[in-house]
Design a protein around this ligand. Structure first.
Ligand code: AMP
Ligand code: FE
Ligand code: FE
Ligand code: ZN
Length: 278
């Protein structure tokens, strides 16, 4: 039995519908999957229904943007209550910031002579969590760039003309928000931060798990992070970070997390919460 605990749909910057995602999970033979769209849980009810129909265990989740020592890090929350008013109001705040950020990015690009329109980005995004991938797609569609990766390389990466930082919570606030909504908190893709000294510091805020297996962890990285997770008392988790077809090929199932890790993570759920979302 295997799981994939890091997946996106078109409710944020993925391309699949929740139903398509569940269908791919079924085809690959996943026993469980988690939806972790950026700053939203809106896709969870559809994904839950689609997974239930296919006999897949569904784990509601989200991927939040946090910062530690001025570095952007991503924190995954699992089994949060998708109807928690406190969670939903925080997410609405992040979504508003994302919308303003798109306008800022477009403005900056306009100043560089790129005649992109914010409305074109919002039309392509068609969701409450617009982000750089949608700007990249709009740049390609508008003929300003030949492909998606070049759009990031030329315009959207940190330090490039269209780059605008995102709102970032500190780690204790992020982990606290996830726990208060009944969830468990996992540090996403630690290999992408290129500084392992961040990890024990972040773990101190009450982190539950570390995403050891990820599509962009290579060579000895998974084993290295598995060891670090054990040292820090964190559950070793994993997920593909599939964004659908937005990056050429679907990554779903590339990471096949043993189901025992899902159970270990489940055991970290805050006590006294109802198990309604499980
Ligand atoms: P945002 O949340 O708006 O800052 O966008 C971050 C998302 O952009 C990530 O979740 C990835 O899906 C995508 N992304 C970030 N960096 C790159 C890159 N260099 N090339 C392609 N996609 C990227
Ligand atoms: Fe993304
Ligand atoms: Fe991420
Ligand atoms: Zn992700």
């Amino acid at each position: 039995m295997v799981a994939d605990l890091h997946l996106h749909t078109f409710f944020s910057d993925g391309t699949y519908s929740p139903e398509e995602l569940a269908g791919h999970g079924h085809r690959i033979g996943l026993s469980a999957l988690a939806l972790t769209d950026h700053d939203t849980v809106d896709g969870c009810s559809r994904a839950e229904a689609a997974c239930r129909a296919l006999g897949i265990e569904f784990i509601p989740g989200t991927e939040l943007t946090a910062e530690h020592r001025n570095r952007e890090v991503h924190v995954l929350g699992y089994w949060l209550d998708p109807e928690s008013p406190a969670l939903l109001s925080r997410l609405a705040g992040f979504q508003a910031v994302r919308e303003n950020r798109i306008r800022d990015m477009v403005h900056r690009l306009n100043e560089r002579g790129i005649a992109l329109k914010a409305d074109d980005v919002f039309r392509i995004a068609n969701c409450k969590s617009p982000g750089r991938p949608h700007v990249a797609r709009a740049l390609v569609e508008g003929g300003f760039c030949s492909d998606y990766d070049k759009a990031f390389e030329r315009f959207l990466k940190k330090g490039r003309p269209g780059w605008v930082p995102k709102a970032r919570m500190d780690i204790p606030t992020t982990v606290g928000l996830i726990h208060a909504a009944g969830g468990v908190a996992v540090l996403a893709h630690p290999g992408l931060y290129h500084d392992d000294t961040l990890i024990p510091e972040i773990a101190e805020a009450g982190l539950d798990g570390l995403e050891c297996w990820h599509s962009r962890h290579h060579g000895t990285e998974p084993v290295h992070y598995e060891r670090l997770a054990a040292e820090l008392g964190l559950v070793a988790t994993g997920g593909s970070d599939c964004h659908g077809m937005s990056k050429g090929e679907p990554l779903i199932g590339r990471i096949q997390l043993p189901y025992a890790q899902v159970e270990a993570l489940k055991a970290r759920r805050p006590a006294g919460r109802s198990a309604s979302a499980s």
